[in-house]
Design a binder for this molecule. Sequence first.
Ligand SMILES: Nc1ncnc2c1ncn2[C@@H]1O[C@H](COP(=O)(O)OP(=O)(O)OP(=O)(O)O)[C@@H](O)[C@H]1O
Length: 228
Amino acid sequence: MIEFSNVSKRYDNGVMALDNVSVQIEKGEFVFLVGPSGAGKSTFIKAILKEVEITTGKVFVDDLHVTRLHRRRVPFLRRKVGVVFQDFRLLPNKTVYENIAFAMEIVGTPQRNIRKQVPLILALVGLSGKGNFYPNQLSGGEQQRVSIARSMINNPPILIADEPTGNLDPDTSWEIMKVLRTINRRGTTILMATHDREIVDIMKKRVIALEAGKVARDDKVGVYSYDD
Ligand SMILES: Nc1ncnc2c1ncn2[C@@H]1O[C@H](COP(=O)(O)OP(=O)(O)OP(=O)(O)O)[C@@H](O)[C@H]1O
């Protein structure tokens, strides 16, 4: 589903953000990506989305050879991968319904399908009845649910969550993890970059740990770190 084969990324300033990384993530897995600040997590995610060009190696996403993918076909890759961020990135002047509908309009979904699908995804993330709210009328946790709903509305096989609980208190973070777990159980592959030790340790999922651009650990049932 996601494969890195001897991937290195050296930025123009000489920093080796990824250093000979080889990992394989199978369909349906839930994987945490951890590591200290600067370890290469964001670069790893950007390599999946072709937001950076890697220096050497190969990246595959689903059936696409990302490294060789023509610029014209990048939107096709992006449709396979939903992404959510720490800061939600909702459109402030659109309602919850409109934020999600917009993601469907971009890919040409007919309005009648949009009207049918948006309430279903809102129910999935526990936000039924909030369609007419604007983002600033919602709590942080609710905004993150909208962001997750938007990322999943076109049914991508992969969801990348880049520190999705970074701005949330512990209880709200767990609510978000429940939503992600539900989505994963429905078959979506999830890759979540996080600094949240408690979540990683309690969820008991695969953990890929990066350090200075290298895979320092890759444990089937992992913990955040071994240092205490
Ligand atoms: N555009 C860039 N140009 C030059 N160096 C960069 C660039 N982006 C990242 N780096 C460097 O690459 C290394 C890896 O950065 P990256 O952002 O991938 O780490 P990270 O693990 O995501 O960190 P954090 O947890 O702080 O988000 C760092 O040393 C960083 O300074």
